[in-house]
Design a protein around this ligand. Structure first.
Ligand code: FPP
Length: 253
């Protein structure tokens, strides 16, 4: 495929719609997760090919613990299978792999595999691939503030300092947040890091999400003008006169 020019460094993805996708096909919800995990592999590969620097995927939220135990177990097993299956490719492609979240309740063999892959890839300089697992953004912010206070007793926290105490500080701000499945919400995902993210919501349910749609989204969003709250200064003399007159009028009441 043709190379795509874009300025998007960090993409975060809320992979939603697995359950509905399966139900529509008269299958149990977990079937959607199984199909969805294959899509994860394709999107990781495509993000790497597109030269994206960081890809953060919401694989299991802290709220997902309240799902039926059988479904939770399937998600654990899919993570385990993904790590086993993709390890060689992750190593070969210089990908840095990390989990962001509380994985203390995961089976020991999965935690071991995660630990191994995280240390094997810690020095890698390619795509920063992160799975948010057992993750909630409010918990992450509380975690950062608590760690800051312990390390800097009596000091006020600043925005820069908070960045440094997040779970994975070098991921940086999110440039693009994609959510599949048709809902328009952010569901406690990376609330600090998405402050200026572009949002893209698609009706496509995660198991149907393709690399073609992923490329299309990157292409569309790359065309958007991102102003980060600023506007271009007035350039013409006439614009400046209008602004000055408007200010006088405001002050006169
Ligand atoms: C939301 O769909 C999706 C999840 C809770 C989990 C996402 C997990 C995967 C895509 C597979 C796991 C793969 C790896 C490699 C860890 P939902 O069940 O909330 O869908 P619904 O909104 O239709 O009910």
């Amino acid at each position: 495929m043709e190379p795509l020019s874009h300025n998007i460094k960090h993409v975060a993805v809320i992979m939603d719609g697995n359950g509905r996708w399966a139900k529509q096909r008269s299958h149990p919800r977990v079937w959607g997760h199984v199909r969805g995990s294959a899509v994860v592999s394709h999107i990781v590969q495509e993000a790497d090919d597109l030269g994206i620097e960081a890809l953060t995927m919401y694989a299991f939220s802290s709220e997902n613990w309240s799902r039926p135990q059988t479904e939770v177990l399937v998600l654990f097993n899919l993570l385990y299978k993904f790590l086993k299956k993709e390890r060689a490719r992750i190593l070969k492609n210089n990908i840095r792999f990390k989990i962001m979240g509380d994985i203390s309740n995961l089976p020991e063999q999965t935690k071991k595999l995660i630990g191994q892959l995280e240390s094997e890839t810690a020095h890698h300089t390619g795509l920063k691939l992160t799975f948010a697992f057992g993750y909630g953004a409010r918990a992450e912010i509380a975690y950062a503030v608590n760690r800051f206070m312990k390390a800097n007793p009596g000091k006020d926290i600043t925005e820069d300092a908070l960045n440094e105490y997040l779970m994975i500080p070098d991921l940086g701000d999110v440039d693009l947040l994609i959510r599949t499945g048709g809902d328009h919400r952010v569901s406690n995902f990376m609330l600090w890091q998405i402050a200026y993210a572009e949002m893209f919501f698609t009706e496509t349910k995660w198991p149907d999400f393709t690399i073609t749609e992923f490329r299309y989204i990157i292409e569309q969003v790359a065309k958007r003008e991102r102003r980060f709250g600023a506007v271009a200064p007035a350039t013409s003399l006439q614009d400046n006169i209008i602004v000055a007159r408007e200010n006088q009028r405001i002050l006169r009441g």
